[in-house]
Write a protein that binds this ligand. Structure first.
Ligand code: ATP
Length: 544
């Protein structure tokens, strides 16, 4: 677009390009150097014709005239340096100067052919960027799979890593929020670039579609493709070792903050998951401090001993057996372990397992860094004997008949367990005494944890959690009753939930414990009477 510009002082009618910004500035000028738009017309491109040169000649004359005028005025200012120049003189100088520049620009456009201009620009750039242009770059490709082997962990790590690097320079990004994520996630699309700086090295990331994937080519937003990392070849080693490790570590830190644990249950031969948001923590568990601390220490040691397990040739796994009456916190302890380790939980119900092969498959499908839970192994749906034969008359557990204890043991510490590392297996039972000794032998269950009835220490944890108090005048009496009765943390927790008022809630606990004590005494009396009756009956029988 060009405008006809009228110079009121010299009545020049000029057709040339005026940037809108410049026009705005000039149109605000007062007095005789004010420019007006009279008409807007399309610029006619000049060819290299004689007409072109004639016009250029006249334009040059005009430039010369304005240039001379500008110089004269500047000289006048220089002469009167001691005097402050008037506003109108300054504006005159400015207007004259800007008109000269515009004319010069127009002359340049008319005289210098495009090809010569491009040539000059490229020479200019290569002069200043010579060093940069001579750099050589390498590219690493991060693809999602590797010759049909496992999924490439680096691609997921890259996604997480880049989501934190996307910035305002990326004009098109993918956004979404998915199950298991607390925040909205952003991702790169094809054509966008991210420049990352690692230890002073500039690394360019781009996302590219698979060359042979037609569907991906058509759909810019189909997220199937690979990442390309482009960097100067002299940093190849550093990028390979340090930068890629940095990506893995950073994404791990990001995902751990973000991670919502999953509870996986198995049905119809496959694992299904839901979010696992059990609030249990070690702090909130009512059990003896020493036992609690020994479990935490054991978990920590297990995590830190990857190399140790490798060296001694053992699968990197740990087995725990939790035993004790119902309501003593076995499930709560498992949840606390999962929250502590940030491990998913795989709840393996033996009643749903059809055969040894099914059990093997179920175990193989379990992810690393997870806790496999087999609850109530003493009950009907569980395992009592080394082999469940078909003539077993245990009516309710027909499904279990096809898989054997040896199959289970094989999974725990046999060949199959070595298929997945960094695993924890937890068995729970209310009746340890009925379990097959093979299951209990040392090395199979690394730690046997007795979940007992509530103790004084356990009760103080419960009270602190539920009521937020550490002291109360009823504590002494309650403590005596806790020691002389057998109550589970679950039942005491129920009583504490009855009121927010500590006096009321602890009153309820006290009544409950007194009642329990009475029941216990009654039971003991009844038991003694029964035994006495039995002995007397036996005496009578022997006398006859
Ligand atoms: N040791 C404990 N510390 C804190 N809370 C507990 C404890 N034991 C039980 N509870 C409370 O009782 C509820 C039931 O406990 P939990 O299911 O963990 O017991 P369990 O031993 O697994 O029982 P079951 O053998 O019947 O499965 C928990 O939700 C928790 O509120």
């Amino acid at each position: 677009m060009s405008y006809t510009v009228v110079d009121h002082q010299h009545s020049h009618n000029l057709a040339f390009e005026v940037p809108p910004r410049l026009f705005l500035i000039n149109s605000n000028l007062p007095g005789k150097f004010r420019f007006d738009i009279t008409t807007a017309k399309k610029r006619i491109p000049f060819k290299q014709t004689s007409l072109h040169f004639i016009i250029s000649y006249f334009l040059l004359l005009l430039v010369q005239k304005h240039y001379t005028k500008t110089i004269t005025m500047a000289y006048a200012f220089a002469e009167n340096t001691r005097m402050f120049p008037s506003t109108s003189s300054l504006l005159s100088l400015y207007a004259s100067f800007s008109t000269s520049l515009m004319l010069l620009r127009n002359v340049y456009h008319e005289l210098v052919p495009k090809k010569i201009e491009a040539f000059l620009v490229s020479k200019f750039l290569s002069f200043f960027y010579h060093r940069k242009l001579s750099k050589s770059f390498d590219t690493f490709i991060i693809d999602d799979s590797w010759d049909g082997l496992d999924r490439n962990k680096l691609i997921d790590a890259s996604r997480f890593y880049l989501s934190s690097k996307i910035g305002p320079k990326n004009k098109v990004i993918r956004v979404g929020k998915f199950r298991g994520q607390k925040n909205v996630t952003a991702a790169m699309v094809e054509g966008e670039k991210i420049v990352d700086v690692f230890e002073g090295i500039e690394i360019t990331w781009q996302f590219a579609k698979q060359e042979n994937d037609d569907r991906a080519k058509k759909d810019r937003f189909l997220n199937k493709g690979h990442f390309e990392i482009i960097f100067e070849d002299q940093y190849r080693e550093k990028i390979f070792h340090d930068y890629l490790t940095h990506i893995l570590n950073t994404s791990k830190a990001l995902t751990q903050g973000e991670k919502v644990l999953k509870l996986h249950t198995r049905s119809r031969g496959c694992w299904n998951s839901i979010d696992f948001r059990h609030p249990a923590t070690f702090d909130a568990l009512a059990m003896d401090y020493q036992l609690k601390q020994s479990i935490i220490d054991d978990l920590e040691r297990f995590l830190a001993r990857k190399e140790f397990y490798k060296r001694i040739g053992k699968a990197w796994k740990r087995g725990y057996l939790l035993y004790g009456p119902p309501g003593t916190g076995k499930s709560s302890l498992i949840a606390a372990m999962a929250n502590y380790l940030k491990y998913d939980v795989f709840d393996l119900e033996l009643a749903n397992i059809l055969s040894d092969a099914d059990l093997r498959k179920a175990m193989l499908d379990i992810d690393r860094k997870s806790i496999t839970v087999i609850e109530d192994i003493d009950c009907k749906g569980g395992v009592h004997k080394r082999s469940t034969s078909s003539d077993d008359s245990d009516d309710d557990c027909n499904l279990v008949k096809q898989f054997s204890l040896s199959g289970l043991l094989n999974c725990i510490d046999g060949l199959w367990s070595s298929c997945g590392e960094e695993r924890i297996i937890v068995f729970t039972t209310n009746h340890k005494e009925v379990l097959d000794p093979a299951l209990l032998r040392p090395g199979r269950m690394d730690m046997h944890i007795h979940m007992s009835y509530c103790t004084t220490q356990g009760f103080s944890v419960l009270v602190s959690n539920y009521l937020g108090i550490q002291e109360h005048h009823l504590f002494e009496e309650i403590d005596e009753l806790i020691q002389s009765t057998e109550v589970t943390p679950a039942s005491l927790a129920e009583e504490l939930l009855k009121s927010d008022d500590a006096d009321v809630a602890l009153g309820e606990v006290l009544n409950f414990l007194k009642q329990k004590k009475l029941e216990k005494e009654k039971n003991e009396v009844a038991k003694k009477t029964k035994e006495k009756d039995k002995i007397e009956k036996e005496k009578k029988n022997s006398a006859q």
